[in-house]
Ligand binder design. Structure first.
Ligand SMILES: [Cu+2]
Length: 184
């Protein structure tokens, strides 16, 4: 028997197997954590048009009878001129509006953005719960968790681009961001 094997065996008989088991469980937990950490990245999707990148458009499942659903994504402008998000359309609703949140007299309100949403050159604008967001108004059906629905975004300079909104769970707030109910 080689010295190495003998040593390994001796080590094993001194309670090493238990240590190894714990190590293995630790490793399994770590791998699971890594796997879960990778899931959002795997679900992330992006679209390009001109100098713009549209990252991870997502919406939220709605309860039966709901008339509106939110829409969120990030636009990155890699160009040297500002662009503007002018309009959004989708078969899922009668229309889509661009909203912004604000506080008026201590009350959180949202109002339509007029004149489009500027995307500064070399910058990005995030549409997310509690901030700028899309609102699909007059839902023709309820978006279901796990599906994707198509929409078209129209930009002033870059033109139109078809994207897909990934529908997430009803409670999804988007990476822990503040959430608001839309009661309109
Ligand atoms: Cu809104």
């Amino acid at each position: 028997m080689s010295n190495l094997l003998y040593e390994a065996q001796a080590f094993a008989f001194r309670g090493a197997p238990r240590f190894h088991l714990q190590q293995r469980i630790g490793l399994a937990v770590l791998l699971l954590l890594l796997l879960f950490a990778c899931i959002p990245a795997a679900l992330a999707h992006e679209f390009k048009v001109g100098d713009l990148e549209i990252e991870h458009p997502w919406s939220r499942a709605t309860p039966p009878g709901a008339k509106v659903a939110g829409g969120y994504f990030t636009v990155i402008n890699k160009g040297s001129a500002p662009d503007r998000l002018l309009s959004i359309s989708s078969d899922i609703s009668d229309r889509a509006e661009l909203h912004e949140m604000g506080v008026k007299d201590g009350v959180m309100t949202m109002r339509p953005v007029s004149g489009g949403l500027e995307i500064p050159p070399g910058g990005k604008v995030a549409l997310k719960p509690g901030a700028y967001h899309l609102m699909f108004v007059g839902l023709k059906r309820q978006p279901k968790q796990g599906e994707k629905f198509p929409a078209t975004l129209a930009f002033e300079k870059a033109g139109s681009v078809k994207v897909e909104f990934a529908v997430e769970g009803m409670g999804e707030t988007g990476a822990g961001d503040m959430d608001m109910d839309h009661a309109d």
